[in-house]
Design a protein around this ligand. Structure first.
Ligand SMILES: Cc1ncc(COP(=O)(O)O)c(C=O)c1O
Length: 445
């Protein structure tokens, strides 16, 4: 029995899978932040290149991947699908556990799958600089790398708590040529406003997004790039699930459960969306999205229109949200600290096609250690939420084929591991009152 199921470079998918035509109901349109009316492509043109806007609203099921993007994917794709024999043995389970190893990319996560595509389309349309935000630093590193591949400049607003916890992520971004600022910063009006209200703000993804969007909107040569949430980002990530499908076929397996952690929803969607048509046709597959109890968007948020950023510059999208000015505690899974989630994912959760669960960070780290000590790979704290869920599922049912997305490694998260090993890590659970308070600030339409 093979431990790694490998594909050749010729088997890198030639098309991304777009779930829009297969959604059980139409996706509610994004609304203009000023007027509250549905927006059109022209409203997005100041911050995104036209080809990505077209992908955002496309109803084509398959979108061809340009050769230059496939060439760049060859740096690390296809990624291996591993059978977690050693973890299974430690759990004394007969369940078959597989993981898709997206940690083999140079940036250490799935994020380059969309960063490469986004940098390419920007370059094609004459953009010379990309501005973006980053939480854990995984996205910032990925877009820094992608900009370098296509000869562009890159400015990253990094959530301050992560900037302080992860100095080496910052240096990695700088190594690939990016400029990195802790957010909130004094460089934008959005950052100044937040600092005025709270000079010690730890930052959040929502705040950093406000800064990066403002930077793009106020500079002619610059466009904005988002690492998750949007339809075109989820689209690019489907290379994960498309490869996994082929690999499971090679292994003679039919998956019973597919699992991914959720920050904005892109790595989960990348793995799970290509299997959604099978589920809608009646195949018995469970799709489980895993989030932290410190930021319980899908499990405790409300399904309504809200801003994508903290300040209210981005369009309003219909999603599960905790309120756009919700600032989650500085847990170590920085990439999961986002108040909302991808609208396509939320619609599928709403329609009960996808399930959601939330875990506190201590048992998540316990699962991370068990994984590191059996499979050898030290997982990212974000990814470890999916690992804990896979372990739970294996304990519940001994016969299942369980597949999870190993969205990234944790080589830059040693401070988090240090905290866990020295007993300093704390769990956070939001009380119903705190959630009610956060939700009460969502704009009414
Ligand atoms: C390793 C890793 N996994 C998961 C995520 C969550 O993002 P998403 O839900 O878009 O996959 C992040 C975000 O930074 C990440 O770095």
């Amino acid at each position: 029995m093979e431990t790694k199921i490998l594909l050749s470079e010729k088997e890198i998918p030639t098309h991304w899978y777009n779930i829009t035509p297969d959604l059980p109901e139409q996706l509610p349109p994004p609304l203009h932040p000023g007027t509250g009316k549905p927006i059109g492509p022209e409203d997005l043109a100041p911050i995104f290149p036209m080809e990505l806007i077209k992908q955002e609203v496309s109803t084509e099921r398959w979108i061809e991947i340009p050769d230059d993007i496939i060439d760049a994917y060859k740096i690390y794709r296809p990624t291996p699908l591993h059978r977690a024999y050693r973890l299974e043995k430690a759990l004394k389970t007969n369940a078959r556990i597989y993981y898709k190893n997206e940690s083999v990319s140079p940036a250490g996560s799935h994020k380059p799958n969309t960063a490469i595509a986004q940098a390419y389309y920007n370059m094609k349309e004459g953009v010379t600089r990309i501005s973006t935000e980053t939480g854990a630093g995984q996205w910032g590193s990925s877009i820094a790398l992608a900009c370098k591949i296509f000869g562009m400049k890159c400015t990253v607003y990094m959530v301050k708590v992560s900037y302080e916890q992860k100095p080496y992520r910052k240096i990695l971004m700088q190594t690939w040529g990016a400029e990195v600022h802790p957010s909130p910063s004094n460089l934008t009006n959005a950052g100044k406003k937040i600092l005025g209200e709270n000079p010690d703000s730890p930052g959040s993804l929502g705040i950093a997004i406000s800064e990066a969007v403002e930077d793009a909107a106020t500079h002619e040569d610059t466009k904005y790039s988002l690492g998750s949430v949007l339809n075109h980002v989820l689209l690019h990530q489907t290379v994960i699930g498309l490869e996994t499908k082929k690999q499971l076929e090679l292994a003679g397996e039919k998956p019973d459960v597919l699992i991914g952690c959720v920050g904005g929803g892109s790595n989960f969607a990348g793995l799970a969306f290509p299997f959604v048509p099978d589920k809608l046709k009646g195949k018995n597959i469970r799709l489980i999205a895993v989030e932290p109890t410190a930021c319980p968007t899908l499990t405790k948020g409300v399904y309504t229109y809200d801003f994508g950023d903290a300040v209210g510059l981005t369009p309003l999208v219909k999603m599960y949200t905790l309120g756009h000015d919700f600032v989650p505690p500085g847990i170590h899974a920085g990439g999961l600290r986002y108040h909302g989630d991808a609208p396509q994912l939320c619609l599928l959760v709403r329609n009960k096609v996808i399930e959601a669960v939330a875990y506190p960070q201590k048992p998540v780290f316990e699962a991370a250690l068990l994984f590191a000590r059996t499979e050898g790979i030290v997982p990212a704290p974000e990814t470890s939420h999916a690992i804990l869920c896979a372990i739970d599922e294996a304990r519940k049912n001994n016969n299942n084929c369980i597949v999870f997305n190993l969205s990234g490694h944790g080589h830059f998260d040693m401070a988090a591991y240090d905290n866990y090993l020295s007993g300093k890590l704390e769990d956070y659970e939001y009380s119903e009152d705190m959630i009610k308070e956060a939700i009460s600030k969502i704009p009414k339409f």
